[in-house]
Write a protein that binds this ligand. Structure first.
Ligand SMILES: [Ca+2]
Ligand SMILES: [Ca+2]
Length: 365
């Protein structure tokens, strides 16, 4: 095995003249014993930029070590042995720190940055990952906010996947890589993305459906059936009541929901950003300018369970980006209407109204 590290050669020249020592001993460092990669099978070349503590390959204080072959390595310090090519331990000069080298470094970049709005489609990339051999394998994972169920597209093994952050909160992405010689990264890279709504009022609906064994799939079957449950978020304008005094749910003039995602009146500029029809949610309503003295009703309607049975719904309310109210999970069954509560403005205080009405009669059916 022969490793060529071109980028370190300039630094190497400087280090060689001033660093002598032994491998694995505090206070020492490793230097070239007899030519660079000369094929003798026991040549070691090491450099240390000596900027500060060594933590990992690829950090500002990079260390590169490579061995042209297996077996014992005779360093300038005399008679040291490295255990194997891939698990070399090197003591850095002066500070006594020890680091394991040889594994590739995973590097994450996110085109949209670390602070984004809900519904942002992130473009992730691990293509800056690097090692002694080219990086050829990628494995992404993520810790999402509670209830979020987004997936990497096209897959979690793509070098540059996309990922939609629909739920407010923090997403902690992880990336591990493998190089062409089969070495895995010694530690995964992490990247924290914070999703913060900016609307004055942001309402989020999430749900889970135990009868659906895959809540992350999307779309419809060839027979036109959804692959998940369809629950809907509603926000009723202040004063939105029918002649009989009951809340005017499903009235497209005053109810913001999938059929009236932007009811359009200036004083009621609430808008639904997506109608999730295949499980998990979320559905979000953003409301830019609630009226002072107004009171808005929040509702959740179980439009169609598509045969997957009951669901458990959770609603979160954000005022100027801060979570002020969360309720659920509340059990709902097909066609139920859950009247979650009312929110008073500008106080931003939610008063639960609580009840679930079974088989709510949708007016236009
Ligand atoms: Ca499903
Ligand atoms: Ca829906």
């Amino acid at each position: 095995m022969r490793w060529m590290v071109v980028s370190s050669m300039v630094l190497l020249a400087g280090c060689l003249s001033e660093r002598q020592g032994t491998v694995g001993t505090p206070g020492g460092d490793v230097t070239d014993t007899g030519g660079v990669a000369d094929g003798a099978g026991d040549t070691l070349v090491a450099t240390d930029t000596a900027v500060g503590p060594v933590d990992s390959l690829g950090s500002p204080d990079t260390v590169h070590v490579w061995d042209t072959g297996g077996g014992a390595v005779d360093t300038a310090g005399g008679g040291d042995t490295l255990p194997t090519v891939d698990t070399r331990v090197v003591d850095t000069a002066g500070d006594g720190e020890v680091v394991t080298l040889g594994c590739p470094a995973a590097v994450i970049t996110v085109a949209e940055g670390a602070e984004v709005l809900p519904q942002t489609l992130l473009h992730l990339s691990g293509e800056g990952s690097h090692g002694l051999a080219p990086v050829v394998g990628y494995q992404w994972t993520v810790e999402q906010p509670s209830g979020a169920a987004s997936v990497f597209l096209p897959s979690a093994s793509s070098p540059n996947p996309m990922f939609e952050v629909n739920v407010a909160g923090t997403y902690l992405f992880h990336l591990g890589v493998v190089d062409a010689e089969g070495r895995a990264s010694c530690q995964v890279a992490t990247y924290l993305v914070t999703v913060t709504p900016v609307a004055a009022l942001h309402i989020e609906l999430l749900w889970t459906s135990p009868g659906d064994d895959d809540e992350t799939d999307t779309g419809y079957t060839a027979f036109g059936e959804s692959v998940g449950t369809d629950v809907d978020l509603h926000l009723l304008d202040s004063g939105g009541v029918r002649e009989d005094g009951q809340p005017a749910w499903f009235d497209t003039r005053v109810d913001c929901y999938w059929q009236a995602p932007a009811p359009g009146e200036i004083r009621f500029d609430a808008s639904l950003d997506r109608d999730d029809t295949d499980g998990a949610g979320p559905e979000n309503i953003n409301f830019g300018s609630p009226g002072d003295g107004a009171s808005y009703r929040i509702g959740v309607h179980y439009w169609d369970d598509w045969g997957y049975g009951l669901s458990y719904a959770t609603v979160r309310v954000y005022v100027h980006g801060a979570l002020v109210y969360e309720v659920g999970p509340t059990e709902i069954r097909n066609f139920d209407l859950w009247e979650v509560g009312t929110i008073a403005w500008p106080e931003g205080v939610v008063t639960p109204t609580g009840g679930v009405t079974p088989d709510y009669p949708v007016p236009f059916f």
